[in-house]
Design a protein around this ligand. Structure first.
Ligand code: SF4
Ligand code: SF4
Ligand code: SF4
Length: 175
């Protein structure tokens, strides 16, 4: 079975463990069909967060930094994989705090809040408990800046199933 089909069956584009997250891709099917793995997007990303991932396809690795939504990856791609008129907001991903969060184990921590430039992480005060991070899905852009600073690797960037791109409240990225 070829990689395109295998990835689609495994749900890599939409599942929790997806590793293809370039902004503004038209569709997963088109991506796996027409991406030649030329690595132009990898070379173009000024943040150096686009890496070769499973099967040689490019993917964003937030361990190396955040996406600024600059559009360089999409512009560099010689194939027609990306939206060409980007006048809408980022992408349908948001941060999700997993069980490994230190605060869920009664250890005080606010590293993720300090790294979020969008004010999307607030700490919920619960009587007798360590304050816990809450992600505001109206403010979170899915930029991934909070991923690397988390000392317990507790933050995943996941598909926001509850929000259409048109409903996002901030940042219209245009190029
Ligand atoms: S939009 Fe910019 S920062 Fe984000 S992955 Fe593409 S090139 Fe990198
Ligand atoms: S940085 Fe990680 S461990 Fe610390 S509060 Fe945020 S999610 Fe929890
Ligand atoms: S993904 Fe970006 S906007 Fe969302 S909570 Fe993390 S740092 Fe803030």
């Amino acid at each position: 079975m070829d990689m395109q089909r295998r990835n689609l069956i495994r749900g890599k584009f939409f599942s929790h463990s997806e590793d293809v997250r370039l902004p503004w891709l038209k569709s997963a099917a088109l991506f796996y069909k027409n991406c030649t793995q030329c690595a132009e997007c990898i070379r173009a990303c000024p943040e150096r967060i686009v890496k070769k991932a499973d099967g040689g396809y490019p993917a964003i690795d937030f361990k190396f930094g955040e996406c600024t939504f600059c559009g360089e990856c999409a512009q560099a791609c010689p194939q027609e994989l990306f939206e060409t008129h980007i006048n809408r907001k980022s992408w349908a991903f948001i941060a999700k705090v997993e069980q490994a969060c230190l605060t869920l184990h009664q250890v005080s921590c606010r590293s993720c809040q300090d790294s979020c430039a969008y004010g999307a992480i607030k700490f919920e005060l619960v009587l007798g408990m360590i304050p816990r991070p809450e992600i505001n899905d109206q403010l979170c852009t899915g930029c991934g800046a909070c991923v690397a600073p988390c000392p317990s690797f507790a933050i995943e960037i996941v598909t926001n199933k509850n929000m259409k791109l048109s409903e996002r409240s901030i940042n219209v990225y245009q190029y």
